[in-house]
Design a protein around this ligand. Structure first.
Ligand code: NAD
Length: 499
């Protein structure tokens, strides 16, 4: 069977072999290693609840070895010193190899994090494009910029930093691994990546692949483990030169505090509570279709999702009607099954979090427009939930806190100023969208959002080349797949000679 011929629900033999491994170790210095204390944890298929693999749970001592290995590769291998176009060859080779194994990686990703197969394929494609994008961008970057200053010869010269740490969440493990390692490595840095304990497998797979395509050992180290142990140790390591964290604001605060203690620059990509501001001149069916697609995409476990739907009062009932019908028709099923439109959430903990917010929201006075709850999928003991719609006061806990499930909170507004004010009345600031047939109004509203991203007549639009970052409780720094991110991975030295 060729990989192309494989359908999404036949497990590829390469995937079976990978999963059959007794214990998945870390990859440090290009070598697979187990935890110093022999500790492990299991990862499960969220759609069936069955165990997928056993993985090494790295200790603080192991984390130190990983950072030392990244430092050694930075200082002693050719990686940091080679011309950028030579490093780009490695990135292209990795992208080519990932492309050849797209179906294998997509199956591993789909099984480990519960996203439907087509979405896992899209994440793998994103990883490939990210590597090619940064390879192209880095080759055209001036490494030495001469500055014309009266009475001086002056230039700013760029250098890579050294060992960079990455801590990633479970919702987009492979895609976010690419967003981290591509800009870091192309600029000559080395990496230590800690994937989330719910979804370590695709990141481990890429560490082996990097070795296969010839990356020097120690350039890409992957250290699986539990957040409170492995993540804490990585964020507190004083030998890192930069840290990038993607995850919840609660953990982000702890990571930032650890990095602050060592004066290590940290980039935080955190949660969101995005709004969609829907005006009455919108095409109701089109907007309903797209927002239902957005809130059910990866079962709503998307940081930039539209989870507050602000609807102009005169179309409120029609819009709710159009979305309720569509949400009820969403086919919930195992992520590998044909026709599934929405898979499970990642774990029982996450399902309880979603169900808990529905209960807390209603207890605090929210009206239920569409009842969610546990969804049953025949023959599958997975973590399934139904989409839900709540409505009422925007001070409700379900309107203010990130639920991270297929739940939207609805409220009416009267005019443009009120729509913008309600959208901005949140602790978060990642992404909002505006929906109207009046494009001048769309631009005006999008530019008035107090968030890193403002989208027009669409939601979840993340485009290579355009910065994507959050403000307020959604994070700081960053830019993701854009020039801003690449520049972050160089330190500057200003060289001046008085004439
Ligand atoms: P999380 O914060 O629980 O975990 C993220 C990572 O941190 C995991 O690898 C985890 O093991 C590690 N971790 C846990 N405790 C730690 C500690 N004390 N010290 C160091 N590391 C620790 O987040 P999650 O539940 O995996 O992911 C969901 C969150 O991520 C949501 O809030 C979502 O909005 C956010 N997210 C943001 C973006 C973005 O680009 N802004 C993208 C994806 C996800």
């Amino acid at each position: 069977m060729t990989m192309e011929a494989a359908t999404q629900n036949e497990l590829l033999p390469e995937v079976q072999d990978f999963l059959n491994k007794e214990i998945h170790g870390a990859v440090i210095g290009g070598v697979e290693v187990m935890a110093a204390d022999g500790g492990t944890f299991d990862t499960h298929d969220p759609g069936s609840g069955e165990k997928l693999a056993t993985v090494a749970n790295l200790t603080a001592e192991d984390v130190e070895c990983a950072v030392a290995s990244a430092q050694k590769a930075f200082n002693e291998s050719d990686w940091a010193k080679m011309p950028v176009n030579e490093r780009c060859v490695y990135l292209h080779r990795l992208a080519d190899e990932v492309e050849k194994r797209k179906a294998i990686i997509a199956q591993i990703e789909t099984l480990d994090c519960g996203k439907i197969y087509e979405q896992a394929v899209a994440d793998v494609e994103n990883f490939i494009e990210t590597h090619r994008y940064f390879a192209g961008l880095a080759q055209n970057l001036d490494m030495r910029t001469v500055i014309a200053v009266k009475g001086h010869e002056a230039a700013v010269v760029r250098h890579p930093w050294g060992a960079c740490g990455f801590i990633t969440p479970w919702n987009f493990p492979f895609l976010l691994c690419g967003w981290g390692i591509a800009p870091a490595t192309v600029s000559g840095n080395t990496c230590v990546v800690k994937p989330a304990e719910d979804t370590p497998l695709s990141t481990l797979y890429v560490a082996h692949l990097a070795k296969e395509v010839g990356y020097p050992g120690g350039v890409i180290n992957v250290i699986p483990g539990i957040g409170e142990q492995t993540g804490v140790a990585l964020s507190a390591n004083p030998n890192l030169k930069r840290m990038s964290f993607t995850g919840s604001p609660e953990v982000g605060r702890m990571v930032a505090s650890n990095c602050g203690g060592n004066l290590i620059p940290v980039k935080l990509e955190l949660g969101g509570k995005g709004a969609a501001v829907i005006f009455s001149d919108v095409d109701i069916d089109d907007a309903a279709e797209k927002l239902v697609g957005a809130i059910t995409f990866h079962a709503g476990q998307v940081c930039c999702d539209a989870t507050r739907w602000l609807i102009q009062r005169d179309i409120y009932d029609d819009f709710i009607g159009a979305t309720v019908d569509r949400l009820q028709a969403i086919k919930i099923g195992h992520q590998m099954d044909n026709g599934t439109q929405m898979g499970p959430v990642v774990s029982e903990v996450q399902r309880n979090r979603v169900l808990g917010y529905l209960q807390k929201g209603v207890a605090a006075g929210a009206e239920t427009l569409l009842e969610g709850g546990t969804a049953e999928v025949s023959g599958r003991n997975g973590h399934y939930v139904k989409p839900a719609l709540l409505a009422g006061s925007l001070d409700n806990v379900a309107a203010r806190e990130e639920i991270f499930g297929p739940v939207a909170y609805c409220a009416p507004f009267d005019d443009e100023a009120e729509g913008v004010r309600l959208a901005n009345d949140t602790d978060y600031g990642l992404a909002n969208s505006v929906w109207s047939s009046d494009l001048a109004r769309c631009r005006r509203v999008a530019e008035a959002f107090d968030s890193g991203n403002g989208w027009i007549n669409s939601h979840n639009v993340v485009v290579h080349g355009v910065p994507y970052a959050g403000v307020k409780k959604s994070g700081m720094g960053g830019g993701v797949v854009s020039l801003e991110t690449l520049l972050d991975y160089y330190r500057n030295i200003s060289v001046i000679r008085p004439l």
